[in-house]
Design a protein around this ligand. Structure first.
Ligand code: PTJ
Length: 243
């Protein structure tokens, strides 16, 4: 039992949830390590959404709303942490939700799809094919889903697929707390923020963004700017810690 007044209450509850989901076979064991890496970067960021991440989330909403065929890709960590938020984002954008896993088993896919459905998402499922140019199992996706998408949101990604999707001419929006990762550097747009903060910000932006603003924002997509802003935030906080 984690006491509510514990200074790291939120972090401990999240870890507990991930551990439970790992025991249930939803989160890959390796996903716990990935979460730890994310936590470390979030610590450097001050565990808050920065101004630049907020702007990136707004641009992401413009990208999703103007897309012809937007797809939200979901893995084990994302489902465990933000199934309800993903369902809300789907409603706000009309995007298709598709499960795509690195540590892929049919059993895990079904469990994650069920978790998403219980949270209110309409999951695009059915037989997948090995369609992406990758040697690992993230290559498996649906022809009418991710394969046909023009914009793909990839929270908590490993860099390979991001690179493959961009190579196929798709626009990729990444949510990654690590601004140095290959995913963050390869994506069309990276939101350097924690998943459960970033997804609601994108959904909220969808309700307030007008057509004209979408056009303006889409011209402002400069991934390097967002990465350098995040790095400045982190290094700035590090130097303050020495004062
Ligand atoms: O469910 P599967 O089988 O598809 O596996 C999922 C994992 C997460 C294990 C797999 O995609 C993986 O190994 O990812 P990586 O390469 O460790 O990358 C995860 C990235 O997400 C890292 O750069 C972390 O900093 C970042 N990250 C972790 N937790 C969060 C996060 N970013 C935003 N919000 C988080 N909560």
């Amino acid at each position: 039992m984690i006491p509510v007044d514990h200074p790291r209450y939120h972090s401990l509850v999240t870890r507990e949830r991930l551990a439970r989901c790992a025991e249930q076979g939803i989160v890959a064991w390796e996903g716990l390590t990935a979460h730890g890496r994310g936590e470390a970067f979030d610590y450097l960021l001050g565990e808050r959404t920065t101004e630049s991440a907020m702007l990136a989330a707004r641009i992401a909403s413009a990208m999703l709303l103007t897309a012809r065929h937007p797809v939200i890709s979901v893995n084990g960590n994302t489902a465990a942490l933000a199934a309800r938020e993903i369902a809300s984002l789907q409603k706000a954008t009309g995007a298709l939700v598709e499960v795509n896993l690195f540590h892929r088993t049919e059993v895990r896919i079904l469990k994650i799809e069920n978790l998403l459905r219980d949270a209110g998402a309409d999951v695009f499922s059915g037989p997948a094919e090995r369609l992406l140019p990758l040697s690992h199992d993230r290559a498996w996706c649906r022809r009418e889903g991710m394969y046909a998408a023009d914009v793909v949101l990839v929270p908590l990604e490993d860099g390979d697929r991001c690179e493959a999707l961009v190579g196929m001419g798709k626009k990729v929006i990444a949510i990654d707390l690590n601004p140095l990762s290959r995913t963050a550097r390869t994506a069309t747009l990276t939101i350097v923020d924690e998943l459960t903060r970033a997804v609601p910000h994108i959904a909220e932006s969808c309700t307030t963004i007008g057509t004209e603003e979408r056009v303006t924002l889409l011209k402002e997509t400069d991934n390097r700017y967002f990465l350098s802003e995040a790095i400045c935030e982190m290094t700035g906080r590090l130097s303050l810690a020495l004062d």
